[in-house]
Design a protein around this ligand. Structure first.
Ligand code: IPM
Ligand code: MG
Length: 367
């Protein structure tokens, strides 16, 4: 069966790492058609807006989106709706991608790269389930002048059904893993968190085989660095999840290996999704061919599993990446002495797939 994937490389290291992921995806799944479309600052430059109609159309007519990164210099004073990042937020909202799955796994052989002692990190394997279409990101915002000066307001808003569906997603996912959910909130201060905790407890009753603990977000940030292996599935609201997922990724040794899946169906269902490295644009290294493409390649594996139903291809890609990270070559974020290029790492991953490499040209023609 032919699969259709919309590739939105975007800005910064986005184009380099998505090109690497597309190479691997095609090697593992030759029956995959790729449509590339502009997004973010790149799209503002070429089309005058961060999410052009043709990009939305490419997404709508595909099984999944492989996304790079968005953002760039020069937008500091631009209203949020016109910034490059607004494209990503609009895609998440438009396609109802409420569940953001962010695995944080310490790969064998990389323990010594963690800022924590290796013995604290060895075997770390948690997943952050971040609510992605609510909270502060999407609540009403204003900026206005009043008697006291300029006044800016964001609104952290959640409806009970939004909490319930993300909680169910987390519990369903936990059932496929170590059956432990940590729900992170700030219920000692925020009324939205009190509602969050109540709904999570209601959902938990349907999952007697899964243990649940509630943790305040400041404590969760601390426990993650104290004992990252204690976590299995973490579920939390949009902004807490944004912050904790960067922290968890860094604990594994680098943010360059952290993929993510944003989906609108359950964890065991197949459906449309957006897949992206969590690292962002990394402007300091963009355009030099040295970025770690592992996160983008692993995002492509998640795409193959969740949106294409290609579990074998996903597992092959994940195994090839884990083997390459263990044996080398490794990119500069993981190797100080003889770092490999993005391309060399990607070629090594493809070599470990044991599949024929399809040329980029053939790929774009949908061969
Ligand atoms: C992420 C990113 C985005 C977010 C930005 C680019 C809007 O940091 O995916 O974590 O905050 O969600
Ligand atoms: Mg982030």
């Amino acid at each position: 069966m032919t699969h259709r994937v919309a590739v939105l490389p975007g800005d910064g290291i986005g184009p380099e790492v998505t090109a690497a992921a597309v190479r691997v995806l095609h090697a593992a799944l030759p029956a995959c058609t790729v449509t590339e479309a502009p997004v973010g600052a790149t799209a503002i430059a070429s089309h005058g807006k961060p999410l052009p109609d043709e990009t939305l159309h490419a997404a709508r007519t595909s099984d999944a989106i492989l996304f790079g990164a968005v953002g760039g210099p020069g937008f500091d004073d631009v209203p949020p709706a016109q910034r490059p990042e607004s494209a990503l937020l609009a895609l998440r909202k438009t396609f109802g991608l409420y569940a953001n799955v962010r695995p944080a796994r310490a790969f064998a052989g990389l323990e010594h790269r963690s800022p924590l002692r290796p013995e604290l990190v060895t075997g770390m394997d948690c997943v952050i389930v971040r609510e992605l279409t609510g909270g502060l990101y999407f609540g009403p915002k204003t900026i206005e002048r009043d008697d006291l000066g300029v006044h800016a307001t964001e609104t952290l808003t959640y409806h009970d059904f939004e909490i319930e569906r993300i909680a169910r997603f987390a519990f369903d996912l936990a059932r496929t893993r170590r059956k432990h959910v940590t729900s992170v909130d700030k219920s000692n201060v925020l009324v939205s968190s009190q509602l969050w905790r109540r709904i999570v407890n209601e959902v938990a009753r349907d999952y007697p085989d899964v243990t649940v603990v509630h943790m305040l977000v400041d404590n969760a940030a601390m426990q993650l660095v104290r004992d990252p292996r204690a976590f299995d599935v973490l579920v939390t609201e949009n902004m807490f999840g944004d912050i904790l997922s960067d922290e968890a990724a860094m604990i594994t040794g680098t943010i360059g290996t952290a993929p993510s899946a944003s989906v609108g169906a359950g964890p065991n269902e197949r459906g449309f999704g957006l897949y992206e490295p969590i690292s962002g644009t990394a402007p300091d290294i963009a355009g030099r061919g040295i970025a770690n493409p592992a996160a983008a390649i692993l995002s492509a594996a998640l795409l193959a599993r969740f949106s294409l139903g290609e579990d074998d291809a996903a597992a092959r890609i994940e195994r090839a990446v884990a083997e390459t990270l263990a044996a080398g070559p490794r990119t500069a974020d993981l190797d100080d002495t003889a770092p490999a290029s993005t391309e060399a790492f990607t070629t090594a991953v493809i070599g470990r797939l044991g599949a024929a490499v399809v040329s980029e040209a053939a790929l774009r023609m949908g061969v």
